[in-house]
Design a protein around this ligand. Structure first.
Ligand code: RAM
Length: 545
């Protein structure tokens, strides 16, 4: 993006904030330019299909479908496609980028257009579950990756303009070209792209095979999501969300160590924040960087502070941390504005999307209290590293008050559990966030997790995002071998079910679980699922021995 586009993006922001007090006035343009300057180059690789495959319905396969090899691409390339009509190919691994195909006239010449439908799928069931009729309550139909292409000329390469994320492609002939001519699809190619380069760290030679496999799938997941921002999922939503950024940055810090990408993303959020300085939860890069207006997630805004604090400890880049430090104070003020007189986070006080997990029915009050305390602590650490503790001198007292309130009102000493909301709900997330926030001691935390896991009505995580915080909590309270066993079962479970990249949503007890009411809409390569990479490197004694 050149300077003109940066100015255009800023102009959009200024129009929206014309009548408001902009705390970052005069800085947004500079911040957008800094984000632009830190944009890493994409690297491309051309890949080809490895096999023609046949779909097989199988109750023991993930979501009921698997592929078996039935031929080679070379055999397909020699065939009259009018006889083939429909074929599926496996490219051997998940990839993100642009798909091209070549046609060849076999007899006479084209005398009527030919139309194809290409359907791209990350997992087998996605290509074998009818998309229509589409329930309009769901996310948009066009997220599904089926593209129609009509050719009026043959014997040339055609590239489908849409960037896709896939491993399998189904090609169907839609418009019958009549008897006049025969043709073949005689070439398929895919240009994959990522900004990830080589992994800069190594696992110990003693690292067990199962952990190594989980690590490698995590690396592939992160690689695919590292585009010119940390995308959440390259199939869906193809944008930068703070919660996903936080976890991707953790995994990146122990693998690709591409800190420019983290820096770029931090600046994008700051530059594109709301007119009162509070961060929007997602931003979108094209055609010019802009926020997803209206989407505000207080938990995510606070986690941006933690990401900046981590970035400083990983890189020592004080210039960036100092530049962006004022933004952290606004996120904390915003978080504090949800407190009731009892010093507890009140989700009914103001509107917002209090995202902790996609699991339906989760009461998030206790978790939000935990996120706020955690963000206060990490923002205070950040201030201390920058010598700015005087600017936030009220934080230690606030941390104390919020911790006391949580211990008094949310922690039930008798059962040893954190209870959330009016129905005193038991969930894994409430325990995890109270441990991460340091509200529970490691001993209390260990008991809370173990008790919650044995409680029948306990609300379990529905995503690897939430499961990340469970593992983090386990490791903080000395449950290392439990954390490892949980990782082997949860992420290892996806590997056992054929994952070559980790999924957005996963419930080991329900392969069809979807936050969107339709499992093919789930993203099967989702950034927030890559964090085994972080845990395995950060705690080698727990995972690599
Ligand atoms: C969905 C995606 C994304 C997440 C938001 C909250 O759109 O799963 O990764 O951050 O929800």
């Amino acid at each position: 993006m050149d300077k003109l586009l940066v100015s255009l993006a800023v102009a959009v922001m200024i129009v929206t904030s014309a009548f408001a007090q902009d705390p970052y006035a005069g800085l947004r343009e500079k911040w957008l330019q800094t984000a632009e300057d830190a944009k890493p180059e994409l690297v491309y690789k051309d890949i080809a299909p490895v096999a023609v495959v046949q779909a097989v319905q199988d109750g023991s396969a993930f979501q009921g479908w698997k592929y078996v090899e039935s031929g080679s691409p070379e055999e397909l390339y020699g065939k009259n496609f009018k006889e083939v009509e429909s074929v599926t190919l496996d490219f051997g691994k998940h990839s993100v980028g642009y798909f091209s195909f070549h046609t060849k006239t076999l007899s006479r010449c084209i005398d009527a257009p030919v139309r194809f439908k290409f359907t791209f799928g990350e997992v087998p069931a996605e290509l074998n579950t009818p998309f229509d009729p589409w329930n309009k309550e769901r996310l948009g139909r066009a997220w599904m990756q089926d593209e129609t292409v009509t050719l009026t000329r043959l014997d040339e390469w055609v590239t489908i303009p849409r960037r896709v994320a896939f491993r399998y492609v189904k090609i169907e002939m839609m418009g019958w070209p009549g008897g006049g001519y025969d043709f073949a699809i005689d070439g398929l190619s895919f240009r994959s792209q990522t900004t990830a380069r080589e992994v800069k760290t190594r696992l110990s030679p003693d690292c067990p095979e199962r952990i190594r496999r989980i690590h490698d799938v995590g690396i592939e997941t992160l690689r695919e999501c590292m585009q010119t921002v940390y995308e959440d999922g390259p199939k869906r939503d193809q944008r930068l969300w703070i919660g996903d950024l936080y976890l991707e940055a953790l995994a990146n810090s122990v693998s690709f160590r591409n800190f420019d990408l983290t820096k770029r993303c931090l600046y994008l959020f700051a530059a594109l924040s709301r007119e009162d300085g509070v961060l929007f939860a997602p931003v979108i890069e094209d055609p010019v960087p802009h926020p997803q207006y209206g989407t505000y997630i207080p938990s995510y805004a606070m986690l941006w502070n933690v990401t900046l604090a981590d970035y400083l400890s990983d890189t020592g880049d004080k210039e960036t941390a100092e530049d962006l430090f004022p933004v952290t104070k606004v996120q904390i003020e915003d978080g504090l504005s949800f407190l009731g007189d009892d010093n507890l986070f009140d989700v009914n006080k103001k509107p917002g999307w209090f995202f902790i997990d996609h699991r339906g029915g989760l009461d998030v009050s206790a978790s939000m209290q935990g996120v706020l305390i955690f963000a206060l602590k990490r923002t205070y650490d950040l201030a201390c590293s920058l010598g700015k503790e005087k600017e936030v001198s009220q934080y230690p007292a606030l941390i104390k008050q919020l911790t006391q309130a949580a211990r008094k009102k949310l922690y039930d000493r008798k059962s040893g559990l954190v209870l959330s909301g009016p129905s005193s709900q038991v969930s894994i997330m409430s325990q995890a966030w109270m441990i991460i926030a340091g509200v529970l001691s490691p001993k209390e935390g260990a008991k809370a997790i173990e008790t919650a896991l044995q409680t029948e009505e306990c609300v379990m995580p529905g995503t690897p995002y939430a499961t990340h915080y469970l593992l983090e909590a386990m490791l903080r309270c000395g449950l290392g071998s439990k954390a490892r066993a949980y990782m082997e079962e949860y992420w290892g479970g996806m590997v056992d079910k054929g994952a070559d990249t980790f999924w957005e949503a996963y419930d080991p007890k329900d392969d069809f679980y979807s936050p969107y009411g339709f499992h093919p809409l789930n993203s099967a390569c989702h950034a927030w699922s890559c964090t085994p990479v972080y845990f395995i490197h950060k705690y080698p004694e727990v995972f690599q021995d």
